[in-house]
Write a protein that binds this ligand. Structure first.
Ligand SMILES: Cc1cc2nc3c(=O)[nH]c(=O)nc-3n(C[C@H](O)[C@H](O)[C@H](O)COP(=O)(O)OP(=O)(O)OC[C@H]3O[C@@H](n4cnc5c(N)ncnc54)[C@H](O)[C@@H]3O)c2cc1C
Length: 341
């Protein structure tokens, strides 16, 4: 039997979609790339309603538990391909040992969006220990402190403006000699006067600190030295959603490369939905709560579609002499699924 819905990604968007789909009594499979997505790695989360100060890992354990209780099944691995035959989707997942094939009537892509990193040694070690990628999430931790912001686009400019509400001083480290921010944001930053120190044509070459970030090494001198003492460094140099498979199915993207969805998380391809950091909804405001909300909306849309079109897939998948599917059944986590292995 094909799944009513396959959800790709087990971050806040995917798990929330799984909770809703399970409660809609849809036969649900969640493809679990990496447990809990970015939230599980974000350290303490202060702004998720009802769980102030809880570790992101714990929040995601609870979400995953709730998705399982709702009836969702899990397949570990990475989505590597998907094809569409008359509204019936074949989904290929690669785990550490083998490639598995699943069939679905609807898909939700909830693969998140990987924030671009500086690519420096010690960056992983110091992430959330002075090195941050989300001003909304971690800016409030730096009340009265001195921080750096790396970037040159609008997200970094907005980050500087947001940080200015909390911090004493911001070193704005821009690799080029020009900003790519909206002029209105540049004007607002200029109005902050000495609070923002502009370091144009400058890159961060090294992150220095034992238990947490203490200094950064710069590509050019400031005040007679290339080392800058700061309490925290924020990195806003863009994000990249993994959209190769949705694009191969004909899903369109916005001009920044995010999946283009409408208010109900419908893509341009019937039966395909997307949610969370991978989509263009809410602009650059990308948080655990928005991801979870969009996942719930996507599952609801998929359910509505499934009620009216779901049987199409079963008809197309019925093994027949002329079938292009070499279908056999197999047991996955105690459930019979179709497989072509
Ligand atoms: C350092 C940091 C700190 C943050 N702090 C906060 C905070 O304090 N508060 C807050 O609200 N938000 C915070 N955020 C933002 C928040 O984590 C994200 O907005 C949220 O995780 C987005 O959820 P998502 O489900 O859309 O994507 P993700 O959490 O990125 O999950 C996507 C999932 O899809 C999987 N995946 C990707 N490709 C594939 C594939 N091909 N096959 C199978 N699986 C795949 C990934 O492994 C991952 O598990 C922070 C982010 C970062 C990076």
């Amino acid at each position: 039997m094909p799944y009513d819905i396959i959800i790709v990604g087990s971050g806040a968007a995917g798990l929330s979609a799984g909770i809703y789909a399970g409660r809609y009594l849809m036969k649900t499979l969640i493809v679990r790339g990496e447990f809990g997505g970015e939230t599980a790695k974000a350290g303490t989360i202060w702004n998720y309603p009802s769980t102030p100060g809880m570790d992101g890992y714990e929040i995601m354990q609870k979400m995953e538990g709730q998705a399982k209780e709702s009836g969702a099944e899990f397949a570990d691995g990475k989505l590597i391909d998907a094809t569409n035959k008359d509204g019936c989707y074949t989904v290929l997942v690669q785990d550490s040992k083998e490639e598995k094939t699943f069939y679905a009537k609807t898909i939700i892509f909830a693969q998140g969006s990987e924030r671009r990193r500086l690519g420096l040694p010690d960056e992983d070690r110091l992430t959330s220990k002075g090195v941050h990628y989300c001003v909304t999430c971690d800016g409030p931790l730096y009340g009265g402190k001195v921080v750096g912001m790396v970037g040159g686009g609008d997200a970094s400019a907005k980050g500087v403006l947001h940080l200015a509400d909390y911090v004493e001083k911001i070193y704005y480290i821009v690799r080029g000699d020009k900003l790519r921010a909206e002029p209105v944001n540049e004007v607002a930053m200029r109005k902050l006067g000495d609070k923002v120190v502009w370091l144009m044509d400058t890159s961060v070459l090294k992150l220095i600190g034992e238990k947490r970030l203490e200094r950064v090494a710069l590509s050019r001198e400031y005040n007679g030295t290339t080392e800058l003492a700061i309490d925290g460094l924020f990195v806003e140099i863009g994000a990249k959603p993994d959209v190769a498979v949705p694009v191969s199915l004909g899903v369109t993207l916005d001009k920044l490369g995010y999946v283009d969805v409408d208010n109900m998380m419908r893509t341009n391809v019937p039966g395909i939905y997307a949610a969370g950091d991978a989509v263009n909804h809410f602009g650059q405001f990308k948080q655990t709560i928005t991801a979870a909300a969009l996942g719930a909306v996507a599952a609801t849309s998929a359910y509505e579609y499934h009620k009216t079109h779901g049987e199409l897939c079963r008809v197309h998948l019925r093994p027949a002499a002329s079938s292009t599917y070499d279908v056999k059944s197999a047991m996955v986590d105690g459930t019979e699924v179709l497989t072509n292995n």
